[in-house]
Design a protein around this ligand. Structure first.
Ligand code: GLN
Length: 361
């Protein structure tokens, strides 16, 4: 009997201690939350935002963005590459792809344009993968130029270096460093890598390629200067031709959305499940996209969206919301920097309305 009551006493005491502990914990957490009053409100606001990112909400915002900007007439097609001037300026497609492969899209999302400078992202990924982070930083560079994407003077101003893989100089350089026995193999690898990012075989635009390859003196001059400074990994003229080929691959807004979602999904394509880029390299490529993805408009873009992104003079734009969303947009008319006008407006609107600016999380 005595033993039992002793045990009961012990249990009673235990329960009491536990209740006191729990009560103080509750008290503690309430106090913590109360002490930071405004935080409580913030937590609530965030929770509301998260729940409101429903399929319905995403589709509504996509539709709003499309309707709001589809008749915008600002900007004009690139014409320094003749074949780009005749592409239908009305094309406008928007695709969002989540890291688990869910697709939301509106407009001409299957219409294809040449990928142009957006290809620079994927070739730089190959350099990261094959040669590592330090190589990209030291041999090519990761700083913005503050000058036009095809500037020659930028090379001289940066001590004979390209400064980053998203201006033509750095992109041709990156192409030259892709490991291969000859330029044929180099091109095949670069093309296959873009296919992997898109999760399908991408078309090649012969018309754009012919137009650019026969009128390529500025890019050839860039490659020759870099070669003279010991910065090229293979023959400069061959590398320029391979670079021109990579710019002539066709993509749609849908393709760009999938490619962006592969970066949003830490380097694994959500559509095919194939790992394309090591996770450790993803923040590196995203950092350069944030710094220089929209050339000398990169600061305004980052200010407005907080996203790493890349544009091309074909009218494509790709933006990455890490862990949340890949955004692909196609609309050919460009601003004076070479970035799609409707593409930028639509992406800014969507990111703002969905509350997915990565710098605001
Ligand atoms: N192929 C184009 C060029 O070399 C790419 C430029 C771009 O898209 N910004 O000029």
């Amino acid at each position: 009997m005595e033993k039992v009551s002793k045990r009961q006493n012990f249990l009673k005491k235990g329960v009491m201690t536990l209740s006191v502990a729990c009560a103080s914990l509750i008290l503690l957490s309430t106090t913590t939350l109360e002490a930071k009053g405004p935080l409580t409100t913030e937590v609530k606001t965030q929770a509301v935002q998260k729940t409101s990112l429903s399929e319905e909400r995403i589709n509504t915002v996509l539709k709003e963005a499309y309707e709001k900007f589809k008749n915008n007439q600002d900007g004009k097609n690139a014409d320094y590459i003749k074949a780009l001037a005749i592409v239908d300026s009305k094309i406008f497609g928007i695709t969002l792809v989540t890291p688990n492969g869910k697709v939301y899209e509106i407009g001409d999302t299957k219409a294809e344009v040449s990928i142009q400078s957006i290809s620079k992202v994927f070739t730089a990924c190959m350099v990261l993968q094959e040669k590592g982070n330090k190589f990209l930083q030291e041999k090519i560079g990761v700083n913005a130029t503050g000058l036009a994407f095809n500037s020659i003077i930028a090379i001289e101003l940066h001590g004979g270096s390209a400064s980053n893989p998203f201006v033509n100089a750095g992109a041709i350089q990156a192409t030259s460093w892709v490991e291969a026995k000859d330029s044929k193999e180099r091109w095949a690898k670069i093309y296959a890598n873009m296919d992997d990012f898109a999760g399908k075989k991408l078309n090649f635009n012969e018309e754009v390629y012919d137009s650019e390859v026969n009128d390529n003196k500025n890019n050839q001059a860039i490659a020759k200067i870099l070669d003279a400074r010991g910065r090229m990994g293979s023959d400069p003229l061959e590398a320029t031709t391979v670079y021109t080929k990579q710019c002539s691959v066709n993509v749609s807004a849908h393709d760009l959305g999938v490619m962006a979602s592969t970066l949003a999904n830490h380097g694994t394509n959500p559509k095919t499940g194939k790992k394309i880029l090591d996770e450790k390299h993803v923040p590196k490529i995203l950092a350069v996209m944030a710094t220089a993805g929209l050339y000398d408009n990169a600061g305004d873009w980052l200010y407005n969206t907080g996203t790493p992104a890349k544009s091309g003079v074909g009218g494509g734009i790709l933006a990455v919301v890490p862990g949340k969303m890949g955004i692909g947009i196609v609309s050919p008319p460009l601003d004076k920097f070479g970035n799609s006008v409707r593409g930028q407006l639509a992406a800014e609107y969507i990111i703002e309305k969905l509350g997915i600016n990565p710098l605001a999380q």
